[in-house]
Design a protein around this ligand. Structure first.
Ligand code: GTP
Ligand code: MG
Length: 254
């Protein structure tokens, strides 16, 4: 059967349940020492999905010991984007939360993200730069870069984002086909933010405080990853079908 227009436009938001099931997707690359802190602060959720690929410090074993109910997904592609994509594919909840495993994101803020989604947002976007948010670790260089990239996105896409490159976000699962994550690296948040905006979905910014990573070193390289973000911003501008995946999926299902 050929795909029809109706097939393609089947991503309308479903009725919102008063008690949505929350999936927390946690990408990890050598975060064994940080997981005890992260999991200790997690509220009660439907499922936690750990996405690991190349950890050599026993991250997966530690995660399973701390949370026997954890779902572990492994990837054979490096990068946070690839990890999030795999985690989103595995998520079964009504809501999906993206949570870093380095201890910098406070899991107790999940309640505020869920509240924003239940109040009507399709996508709840964490921000360090609105009232109530903040950062303990951003360097002046990164702040400048983030602000410049954020400004370019707001100009090109008519958005009102205040913190483009921030990894703490949550969304209803009907956002997934619009996001269609198909990048591998730290440009993933930018790609998601742009595609959500182009799909006309409702975004609410949620104040978030980013703490310092507890153990280990960041995998982000300011210039390399800043350039990847810039390339993504430009590439998305010339992408003709923001939600091409819907057509692919409709054809798969036909
Ligand atoms: N599975 C997987 N996870 C990754 C990879 N790279 C980073 N992560 C995870 O993604 C999250 C964010 O990575 P960080 O290295 O802290 O980078 P960041 O938070 O963007 O940058 P900072 O602000 O410097 O901390 C952490 O939980 C990492 O363990 C990867 O290649 N594969
Ligand atoms: Mg980090």
């Amino acid at each position: 059967m050929a795909a029809t227009t109706t097939d393609i436009i089947d991503t309308a938001p479903p009725a919102r349940s008063p008690l949505p099931r929350v999936s927390v997707v946690v990408p990890t690359l050598n975060e064994a020492a940080n997981l005890p802190h992260v999991f200790a602060e997690l509220p009660d959720v439907h499922e936690v999905i750990l996405v690991d690929g190349f950890s050599t410090d026993g991250t997966i074993d530690v995660a399973r010991r701390l949370r026997p109910d954890i779902r572990v997904v492994t990837t054979d592609v490096r990068g946070k984007g690839a990890a999030l994509r795999a985690g989103f594919d595995a998520a079964q909840g009504d809501l999906v939360v993206m949570l870093d495993a380095d201890g910098s994101a406070d899991p107790r803020e999940i309640d505020a993200f869920v509240a924003a989604l239940k109040a009507g947002a399709d996508f709840a976007k964490g921000s360090r730069f609105v009232d109530g948010g903040g950062s303990a670790d951003i360097t002046p260089l990164r702040q400048l870069g983030n602000r410049a990239l954020n400004g370019i996105v707001n100009l090109l896409y008519g958005t009102g984002y205040s913190d483009l490159c921030y990894g703490y976000n949550a969304f209803w699962r009907h956002c997934l086909p619009h996001m269609n994550v198909d990048c591998s690296g730290f440009e993933v948040e930018t790609l998601i933010n742009i595609r959500i905006a182009r799909a006309g979905l409702a975004v609410a910014e949620v104040p978030s405080f980013k703490r310092e990573r507890i153990h280990g070193a960041s995998n982000l390289r300011t210039f390399r990853d800043g350039l990847r973000v810039l390339r993504t911003i430009c590439r998305e501008r010339f992408r003709r079908a923001p939600c091409g995946v819907q057509l692919d999926r409709a054809l798969d299902a036909a």
